[in-house]
Design a protein around this ligand. Sequence first.
Ligand code: GAF
Length: 404
Amino acid sequence: MTGDGDDDTAAGTPVERAKAALAALGADGDDPSQSSRSTTPTVAVAPGRVNLVGGHTDYNDGLCLPIAVDRHVAVAARTRSDDLLRVHAADFDETAELAPEDDPDGWAAYVAAVARVLREDGPVDGADLAIASDVPTGAGLSSSAALELAVGRVLLAVSGRDLPTTDLALACWRAEREGVGVECGILDQFSAALCEADSALFLDCRTREFESVPLGDDAGVLVIDTGVSHELTESGYNDRVRECAAALDTLREDTDCDLDSLRDVDRDLLDAHADALDPTHFRRVRHVVTENERVRRARDALAAGDLDRVGDAMLAAHDSLRDDYEVSCPELDAAVELAAGTPGVYGARMTGGGFGGSAVALVDGDALDRAERAIRDAAPERVGPDADVFACRPSGGVRLVDVE
Ligand code: GAF
């Protein structure tokens, strides 16, 4: 099995690689006075995610329906006698030494940002950390939120602290926004924190209430990674956030209504004030309004075991993300078209921020192997030379892992 935290014992899994990398880091420690106090590591894992429906709704106080995938970031840790974080990224074979005031770039920025936010409410002890992952990076599967959650959970544990999981998710969300500069919503951090095995998470990003909706034995999930790297800091993601804010301002003025966010806009209100919005902003808002409706429909359909209707909502969501929100790309469109035309597939859509990354497909469990093979065979030609296809099981959120 790959990277499943609870019973993940095979060599080469993220947990095993993180533990081995931590042991190697200890052997290389060059200052004996600063060497680690304990030898048994503390290990946390957090999953990547796909979002069945609810794209770009989270920062508009909207609704989402993600599942966590059974691919994880694992972080192994042990305390140090100073206040440094010495962090080894096994997948890049790079080590960073972070003092509390440091503000690094790249992958270390996520670690430093999480530590900085956690220090606001209590001490974070110095620690050696080793990170290993099987969540592909740049694939729109939220490897960064998985890293943040695993780092946060392990830093709290080595510091003798704990936080309710929703508070840890919010701390990691703030780390991503303030430390890394992505104006994201809570979807990724809440997914990596709160998803449950075999279930989707119905998440209300306004109230931050959530509910697990079992996926049922008949459903399988496929990820189609287009191989086109997506990077939130460099894509049009923050532009979309600003377009929504500008559209909200216009609607507030034109309606004279007390609109807190685009969540307060429905189709009637949008249609009545369409002339006030420029055409691009109108389409952005229309996506948000209709996407919230699709999440509700998909949640109800999933709860009723009606996977056809969930699939329909996914396909409609993709059309809307492509045409109204304009965050898809030709490779994502091709991946969705390929999946949608494959026997056994209920529906598919792009997942994550867009402009590259992955599509997710909901598949009849009995047809999963066949569908995976068919899509994998056709993907190099139809989607792109670097496309990858894999099945995943809905997984649980961040957790500490027992290690001997
Ligand atoms: C990215 C962001 F980080 C999320 O907050 C969310 O907006 C998503 O894109 C789109 O639904 O993953």
